[in-house]
Design a binder for this molecule. Structure first.
Ligand code: FE2
Length: 365
């Protein structure tokens, strides 16, 4: 065992012992010429017990032996890497190992200096960092899951709101139909009339280029055009023969009565205009106000045409249903007098394209 280094190494040994990292000197036969103090502390051994030993035999079964062998094989090369050193009690010390020749010329070129840095703190910090990273990943996974769950929840809520809105709309429509049918039932016609008026009016509005929502609104508002007939006495409403002037005047009041019956909610805005204006003629000869052209609300002009079209095509006590051709001719002839000529053009186009057809009427004709 070589307890004292050769004289030419004394200064170097002194320098190595002052280092904060582990350091060893070994020769080409793997003999440990020196092991510094810090190295002894790291390995928890007395450096003197190692000096003079073949480094490969210190931990013969540990993989560090292979690293030492490899270092000897490439004795001249500067090498650097990470490794672990065995500690008493089976523990492992993570280290970085850097080896190079002590000098370029003999005797220093026959000695390798190997510095060993304890990186257990760094490894611990790395592990801590990895743990934190895993935690953050888990947390972000959880957050993603929560965000997805929230999104699903809000979609379910939206779906419920849509369903409720649809139910409310349907309930409103039911009420509208019931009201319309109740007023119509006192007349000669049935409830089917109002649904046809709804269809024709919505189609005419679409044909004019109105947005679908607006067209639909005009459609369901049209259902209530004759709701004011509730206020007309039965003996006038159901009279088989022609009406007297007085009775006619009373009958015509269904327009004003309809407007009054409908609430002032914005939902019924179009319906009120339609109820009041659906007997106005484009040339100003209609009732109750004798308005003409654009002074008549568009929705009322639309229903005027739809109402007459349906009345002509339907049988009444006092007349059979007109044929398709006769009806179309009458509407065309009414352009500019009874009806808005623009609407008549739209009507004729829809008729030609088959877009006005009502399923039940298709069956009749
Ligand atoms: Fe009417």
């Amino acid at each position: 065992m070589q307890a004292h280094p050769p004289g030419h190494l004394a200064n170097i040994v002194e320098a190595l012992d002052a280092l904060q990292c582990g350091a060893v000197l070994l020769d080409r036969n793997a003999v440990l010429i020196h092991v510094n103090r810090r190295m002894g502390e790291m390995l928890r051994v007395d450096p003197k017990d190692l000096i003079g030993r073949d480094a490969r035999t210190v931990w013969p079964k540990h993989r560090i032996a292979r690293t030492i062998t490899e270092g000897l094989r490439r004795f001249e090369e500067d090498r650097e890497g990470e490794a672990t050193l065995p500690l008493p009690g089976g523990k492992e010390l993570p280290v970085t190992v850097a080896g190079r020749l002590l000098g370029p010329a003999p005797p220093f070129s026959d000695i390798r200096v190997v510095t060993i840095m304890d990186i257990s703190q760094r490894v611990l910090a790395d592990e801590l960092l990895r743990d934190q990273h895993r935690e953050v990943s888990k947390l972000s996974d959880t957050m993603v899951e929560m965000a997805i769950e929230l999104k699903h929840h809000s979609e379910r809520l939206e779906q419920r709101v849509r369903e409720r809105t649809r139910e409310l709309h349907d309930a409103n429509m039911d009420a509208i139909y019931m009201l319309a049918v109740a007023s119509e039932a006192r007349d000669a016609d049935t409830g089917a009339h109002v649904r046809r008026i709804q269809h024709y009016s919505a189609q005419l509005a679409r044909g004019l280029g109105l947005p679908d929502r607006e067209a639909e609104k005009i459609g369901y508002s049209a259902i209530l055009h004759d709701v004011g007939k509730i206020a007309v006495p039965d003996d006038i409403l159901k009279k088989a023969g022609p009406l007297t002037d007085e009775e006619r005047a009373e009958m015509n009041k269904h327009t004003l009565a309809g407007e009054q019956i409908l609430s002032d909610k914005s939902f019924f805005d179009d319906a009120r205009k339609i109820a009041r204006g659906h007997h106005e003629n484009y040339d100003g000869t209609g009732y109750p106000d004798g308005r003409f052209k654009d002074a008549i609300p568009l929705a009322a002009r639309i229903v005027r045409l739809a109402d007459v079209y349906d009345a002509l095509r339907s049988p009444r006590i006092y007349k059979p249903a007109w044929t398709h051709d006769d009806t179309v001719r009458a509407i065309r002839d009414g352009a500019g007098t009874l009806f808005d000529p623009t609407l008549v053009r739209v009507f004729l186009r829809l008729i030609t394209e088959g877009q006005l057809a009502w399923p039940q009427q298709q069956a009749d004709s």
